[in-house]
Design a protein around this ligand. Structure first.
Ligand code: CA
Length: 157
């Protein structure tokens, strides 16, 4: 899987080098195509379309800053359960790498959560995470933890 990721990164890197030769920054565009909180067999390491959770997981593994495009809709995170070894599979969305999540407008794109958890948990020291044109609503972490909508661990920006 790691080898495949490196190959994937090289492909993205070559693409970006043609566009922005001065930076050579790796990046990829990911497209959310369902409002449902799915994580099925169709969520593969080279997917560029899928659920918000799938796109966040793949963006974490994809080298460099990525953009996740989130169309208008109400995205309820419904996968309740213990993460255990399945980092990011349940509960809040864990972000570990540079990413910009772009919605279609503050009133048009809303991310919320059904189980009792926060919505985003950013664990990305030194990385830059951006949210644009969207609303993050109604997150509630399990007591006594912190961070309702977004919990940012140290040194993430
Ligand atoms: Ca990434």
């Amino acid at each position: 899987m790691t080898t495949f990721l490196k190959k994937l990164g090289i492909v993205f890197g070559v693409g970006m080098l043609m566009i922005v030769p001065a930076t050579g920054v790796f990046s990829a565009d990911f497209y959310v195509v369902t409002t449902e909180d799915l994580l099925g067999a169709d969520c593969k390491i080279n997917s560029t379309e899928g659920s918000l959770r799938c796109m966040v997981l793949i963006s974490n593994d994809s080298p460099g800053p990525d953009i996740i495009h989130l169309p208008a809709g109400y995205y309820a995170l419904t996968r309740e359960g213990e993460e255990g070894a399945y980092f990011g599979y349940y509960g809040d969305l864990d972000i570990t790498d540079d990413v910009t999540i772009v919605g279609a407008g503050m009133d048009a794109t809303v991310i919320s959560i059904v189980p009792h958890d926060r919505i985003f948990h950013i664990q990305a020291p030194g990385k830059v995470i951006r949210f644009e044109n969207l609303t993050i609503r109604a997150g509630r972490p399990p007591s006594p933890q912190y961070g309702g909508g977004v919990l940012i661990d140290n040194a993430s920006t």
